[in-house]
Ligand binder design. Sequence first.
Ligand code: FAD
Ligand code: DLZ
Ligand code: SF4
Length: 518
Amino acid sequence: MIHDASRNVILVMGDQLSAQLSSLREADKSRDIVLMTEVLDEAQYVRHHRKKLAFVFSAMRHFADELRADGWEVCYRSLAEPDNRGSFTGELDRAVEIYSPARVVVTEPGEWRVLQLLKVLQRRSNCSIDILPDDRFICSTSEFATWAEGRKELRMEFFYRELRKHTGLLMDGETPAGGQWNYDRDNRKPAKRDLLMPRPLRFPPDKTTDTVLELVSARFSDHFGTLRPFHFAVTRHDAEAAFDHFVEHALPLFGDYQDAMLAGEAYLYHSVISIYLNAGLLDALTLCRTVERGYRAGKVPLNSAEGFIRQVLGWREYVRGIYWLKMPAYAESNAFEHGRPLPDFYWTGETPMRCMSEAISQSRHEAYAHHIQRLMVTGNFALLAGIRPHAVHEWYLSVYADAYEWVELPNTLGMSQFADGGLMASKPYISSGAYINRMSDYCGSCRYDVNDRSGPNACPFNYLYWNFLATHRRKLSSNRRMAQMYRLFDNLSTDDKAEIKARARAFLDDLRPSTVWP
Ligand code: FAD
Ligand code: DLZ
Ligand code: SF4
């Protein structure tokens, strides 16, 4: 081993797979060494879905190969190596022992937890550790903090408009393309079975992925989710092909069917690119510019282009801003003081509620569910049933291949569980079975009756919805956006209300808490 006192070790983590990463841009490939390390701690801090583990490890290995092909020296530590120390800090210590670098350089991690590990290491290591900003995002954390400062209320819509102006995306001078900022109202069509669904591109596993699949199969048999078939892209090249395929085949109808759900149809017109975007294989601003070009060329209607750009430019940047503004306290928020354990069927999918079994089984097989399944099915149920928000958060972080805490936590605790008391959402996202029935074809084949409010076969979403309103009246009735719901609730007879309460209590008492999983 030749020691070069001026060389740096550049740590690149599993969700930083971009040659444009700040740490790599600043590095010198003729001198520095890139450290990439598979570690058990990251695989197990929640029990990630097996497909997610395979995706992360395979994408990391492919990225390391690309860096090598580009002339970098890469120290890649596989999980299979017997002396793997199992944690970022252990592996960084080891790299410092071996290479005696001038500095360790790392782009700031996406999770608060990992940033704390690095800060501890900064204090105790005899090597200096530089943490650089992650400029893969359109809005930096400090820009977000400045935007948020002094505002009485934070709302995504206003943040989004600022970013539209700042980037010029879908802007005609000072005005938004088409004259409106938001075309959400056009985007609520239920889907019909006879629509021609464009499927996302699939990629057969290559040798590297096969090796990883064997590793995950052998080492993580107790984790949630089916491992095969595995068809995610694991390189930038293939991720870009998957996105181009979406733009050509699905994006034109993305807006129309954004909220629709169909049994057996996991993807409908969604892009299925969050897994690639969050790992660094795709770049957010580039995607938005491509979508805008599709609109300007007349290939993509405005409601779809704007709908997609709002998700990526608006929501994605917004939730990251909230995460870094509010952590670590945010993770403990529990405005409704909910404490029920997560029911067992979140892990098995075994429930007669067709919407829930569909969303959960699909998540088990695909490590994917689209936004409305997450928000209005599994999330809606957890909120109505009073599940402990932290348990709900750990579930979402485990089961989805795109889940990293910076994006998952605000979506789960804030948007879905209203655990932050209204910081993210202006009212709780709750609904009775009627919404699910309108937006899906689940109810037709469900054991429960979606039109029954409180009888023995009534849809549980119905009585849980009214029961939730009754339970949290003190906290919610002053919210103007809840007024209509409470007016309807007040129209129910005393007998109806008593029946709803009894039915909800019996149902909730019957829920079996998870025994297999924490
Ligand atoms: P599309 O529907 O095609 O949307 C395009 C892109 O917009 C997505 O790829 C994503 O990058 C972005 N986007 C859309 N909605 C959001 C949002 N609310 N927040 C941030 N980005 C958004 N998204 C994650 O990336 N990781 C998560 O761990 C995650 N957890 C969630 C948990 C809950 C409870 C809820 C309600 C939503 C969560 N989301 C999460 C947001 C959203 O559901 C997913 O981004 C989306 O379903 C990914 O599928 P897609 O790529 O097909 O997205
Ligand atoms: C999600 C994940 C997993 C499962 N494994 C690794 C790993 O072994 N090595 C690694 O560098 N990164 C991994 N990741 C991504 C990290 O958890 C992610 O970088 C942190 O959560 C910070 O965002
Ligand atoms: Fe879900 Fe209720 Fe419809 Fe059954 S009837 S699928 S539980 S909304």
